[in-house]
Design a protein around this ligand. Sequence first.
Ligand SMILES: [Zn+2]
Length: 408
Amino acid sequence: MQDKIYKIKGKVQHYAWGGYDFIPHLLSIHNAEHKPYAEYWLGAHALHTSEIILDDGSCISLYDFIQANPEFTLSNKVFSVFGELPFLLKVLDVREMLSIQVHPTKANALKGFENEENAGIPINAPHRNYRDKNHKPEVMVALSDEFWLLHGFKSLNAIEATLANTTELSILLPLFKKQGLKALYQFVMEMEQADVNAMLHTLVRKELHKKATGQLTKFDAGWWVAKLFENSDELKNIDRGIFSIYFFNIVCLKKGEGIFQQAGVPHAYLEGQNVELMANSDNVLRAGLTPKHIDVAELLKHTIIEPIIPEVLLGKPITLHSPESEYRCPVSDFALNKIQWQGTKQYETVAATPEIILAVEGGFIIQDNTGKNKVIKQGEACFITPNTEYKINSSGSVQLFKAFVPVL
Ligand SMILES: [Zn+2]
């Protein structure tokens, strides 16, 4: 008989923007080479799948195991709706800010994918926008005391005040007042590079000076603009993503707070560590702070170019006094819950759909309904097959994140 619960090991991504210590510490790795550890992936992505660690220490691919046993590992329902494990769980350590991005809706991803297939654009071409037919909603929860990000356009009044109070940007004010936010955003995204350089050169210099002399906080766009340039000697080809830093909400999440990024909301991670859960897709439209391809026409079509009030998710206990809290998202692909307590405790629950549990703080013993135990230490994770009752035991301080598919 097959086990119901498997210990799994994820994949590290060493992107240049990653930090050096957080993920190595979590995974008990000695980072002697001082490599950036940007992301730790837990899931069954075709190219970067997690591995199941068997009791004898040998490993098999979780992707292959799911392919070979789809109904056992996914449930009939999840297999028939998604055909795969529909989510990917990650830990991120953001040292340098990421590109500004937007994800398409499911309908638009399907349309865009088919258009690019029909146009004969190779799947890995740098100018390819749609690499699969899926949407990519994301939810994240801060692990660091503060996690900073850009999320959606700020209010029209706030944008007007920014333009009016920033000498170098005030030239844009008449356009914004007469034609509105869309016209403003389209204008800066389509400007000639030479004009971008001319408009932003003095501004960047000014922000560098203000940051160096302690006149800015992380709630000021200028702080992040200066951070981007403080280690570069010359200002050439200034990234037009800079404008967005002045136009978007700057959000600071406290540890344990989360946010959901739905299709169309432009966003960028600025700094900190988080747990992130997303649909299994690579569909990203970029909008700046990147050397990669920007398809402005496609971006404008799929971006919500209107003010958004960021909605911070606090994590709500699923029942009164439950150690398990939910960060509710309006999607059927995934759900993210946190299980947390101090002291000695046993928690019993049932996995209706496939689950991945990651121990972010502390470790635990998990027992399935056949009585079989697995020890999961801090930084380790397990995959739970559907329709499994299980018990978690832990003493001390424990913080676990559970990714699963909401009951359909
Ligand atoms: Zn994203």
